[in-house]
Design a protein around this ligand. Structure first.
Ligand SMILES: C[S@@+](CC[C@H](N)C(=O)[O-])C[C@H]1O[C@@H](n2cnc3c(N)ncnc32)[C@H](O)[C@@H]1O
Length: 315
């Protein structure tokens, strides 16, 4: 694939640009730079008075984007960081509020297609799966040290894998003598457990569960959402693209909770909390990619975009 999307094809690009506010002198944060497709499109919306901050926990994404900044009009800040620490990045640059935040969750095509990173069940590579290879524990280490019960919880909670306890016990059993080191080892182990009943869908769920655990993806999302209201200006918008129901549920519940006005208990005869909604929902239902986009880029098929706007209400 030729530039500019050699690293990752941005998903729901037009929708993100249409729904994030068009404030050309605003301050925006892209918490998931990846190949920088959304980032560059956001930069095009800004003028020289605007500021765009891009972060990614993967050092490869940071280098890729730093090398391609070229002639950006707005002031640009690019840093390697987890999005749950976006407040610290802003603090270092003396930025106290934002007009928009984008989180495009999950992994990039570049990460999936780099066999050495171990994300793919289709290619052989070290079973690592860390987005930041310098932090945390690689997937093969997690598999070796987790008990069967812990592994079952990972498969069940993060992959919604049916029969997780049996599968986890079988994986632990089979890998006891010879620990699984590569993505091919894990795929072969699953093939032996399931024989001809192993579907690609199930294998994908097992890999997804491990990846979410290795990178604490749901924890990252929850911790960052908890900070969003401290930084979004009134009228500022939060846009999140999720790729599976676990993430989407967290985003949906977070937006719903903050769209509520009164939070008095139902038995209370009148409102005593005086709470006003902190968010106004911009997307009623989640926005899904069109059939044309899915035909161009199959990897976007599970994407769901939700956008909410900060109101003027004080917390
Ligand atoms: C789907 S890709 C983003 C693609 C990007 N929007 C584009 O247009 O190319 C997700 C990116 O988010 C990064 N990422 C995932 N979780 C992260 C986190 N907690 N903190 C920072 N970056 C994260 C991944 O390393 C990956 O590069």
């Amino acid at each position: 694939m030729s530039e500019p999307y050699a690293y990752h094809t941005p998903v729901l690009l037009e929708e993100v640009i249409r729904l994030l506010p068009q404030k050309s002198d605003g301050v925006f944060l892209d918490g998931t730079l990846g190949g920088g497709g959304h980032f560059r499109a956001m930069a095009e919306q800004l003028d020289a008075a605007g500021t765009l901050i891009g972060i990614d926990r993967d050092p490869e994404a940071v280098i890729w984007n730093r090398d391609r900044l070229g002639s950006c009009r707005p002031a640009v800040i690019i840093e390697q960081a987890r999005f749950s620490e976006f407040d610290q990045v802003l603090k270092r640059h003396r930025i106290s509020s934002l007009d928009g935040i984008l989180l495009d969750l999950g992994v990039s095509s570049h990460q999936i297609d780099s066999p050495a990173r171990g994300f793919s069940y289709l290619q052989e590579g070290d079973l690592d799966m860390r987005m930041d290879p310098s932090a945390g524990v690689p997937a093969h280490e997690l598999l070796r040290t987790a008990s069967a019960a812990e592994l079952a919880a990972i498969l069940c909670d993060f992959g919604e894998v049916a029969g997780a306890a049996k599968i986890a016990a079988a994986i632990k059993n089979r890998s006891a003598a010879r620990p699984l080191r590569t993505s091919a080892d894990l795929s072969a182990c699953c093939a032996k457990i399931f024989k001809n009943r192993l579907s690609i869908k199930l294998l994908a769920k097992i890999f997804q569960a491990l990846r979410i655990a290795v990178n604490d993806e749901l924890g990252e999302l929850q911790r960052s959402l908890a900070k969003v209201l401290d930084f979004l200006r009134p009228g500022g918008r939060l846009a999140v693209i999720a790729y599976h129901s676990l993430e989407d549920r967290i985003v949906k519940n977070y937006m719903r909770e903050n769209e509520r006005a009164c939070i008095c208990p139902p038995e209370s005869p009148r409102c005593v909390c005086d709470r006003l909604p902190l968010f106004k929902r911009i997307t009623g239902k989640a926005v899904r990619p069109s059939a044309q986009e899915i035909a161009r880029n199959r990897r976007c098929r599970s994407a769901r975009l939700r956008v909410a706007e900060r109101t003027w209400a004080v917390r």
